[in-house]
Design a protein around this ligand. Sequence first.
Ligand code: OSB
Ligand code: MG
Length: 370
Amino acid sequence: MNIENVKMTQLKMPLKSKFETSFGSTTVRDFLLVSVDGDGKTGYCESVAMPDPMYNEETTETVINMLKEHLIPKLKGESINHPSEISQIYSIFRRNQMAKSSIEGAIWDLYGKQKNITLASALGGTRTSIDVGVSIGIESTIDALLKKVDDTLSEGYKKIKIKIKPGWDLEPIKAIRKQFGNDVPLMADANSAYSLADKQLLAELDQYGLMMIEQPLAHDDIVDHAELQEFMNTPICLDESIHSVEDARKAIKLGSCKIINIKIGRVGGLTNAKRIHDLCEEHHIPVWCGGMLESGIGRAHNIAIASLSNFTIPGDTSPSSRYWGKDIIHPEIVFSTPGVIEVPNASGIGVHVDLEQVENYAVRTEVVSL
Ligand code: OSB
Ligand code: MG
């Protein structure tokens, strides 16, 4: 593969409404867009790192630094035949998964465009459409939450996830069950807001028949999660704790979870995401694709990976219009039927990047030649 240069563009895209989790709230999505040029084509991928290290340790600035100082220079003089070689080349650098993923993803897209195949098929995806769930942030009142649940159910979302934190957990779940019944596919995401001292409270969730509870305990833990999983019936799903195939292998071995949320950025790219998918499939652990409030570019990558066979649970891959007044791709990501998104047919990520919109949201740009 011929890669001529890498462009980094930092964007600030205002969200339609504030998104609140146990670790903070976001009103403007500040992220880095990476593009790679080669043989007259351009591949794109966004970094899912946030400006502050609250979800994990990476930030927009650490991603820029890693790209400029290590990841881009490392590709100089390398002859790359296939994007699946990138993660191996980068394995000499510790961690920095989101930084690695941002350039690896752009190279995967470039590869698809150069070969005229879809990213989904390049990854071995088999689904032509994917089922979609929604992630609802922490709301200021139960009534506001119930209204959001009502709206998203009527839009056809196939899984409802609500964010929880101490003081906003049993009550909102009980209220949703009371109003909408026990058949609503419901789950909760704690983003590491609890500890084993909360075991009793977390086990009380069992009575509400949740599909799963996501990352109840520490962001770097798989030991306490195993003890908690032993103690409660609700399946535990790990998000923050899984950064690699090895993390997934150990979590499965310990019984720390029954489900894994795969985020391409968190695990260092598409190649690792696929490997974790394959490992989970072997062990009968279902997976689903998480979201990081991505623009349409990240959404298109997520849709491609979610086309793999073991993505059997609807992911956090909402249409563009849930988050953005105007997305940076066309066509925007939309439901084909309620709660369903078609996997695009065009090459690479399968959507055009709207360079005019990118320009509108851009706050800085830098190009590095290879
Ligand atoms: O834990 O899944 C998470 C957003 C930012 C950081 C972490 C998470 C989330 C979400 C949003 O839940 C999901 C989405 O992008 O729709
Ligand atoms: Mg999560």
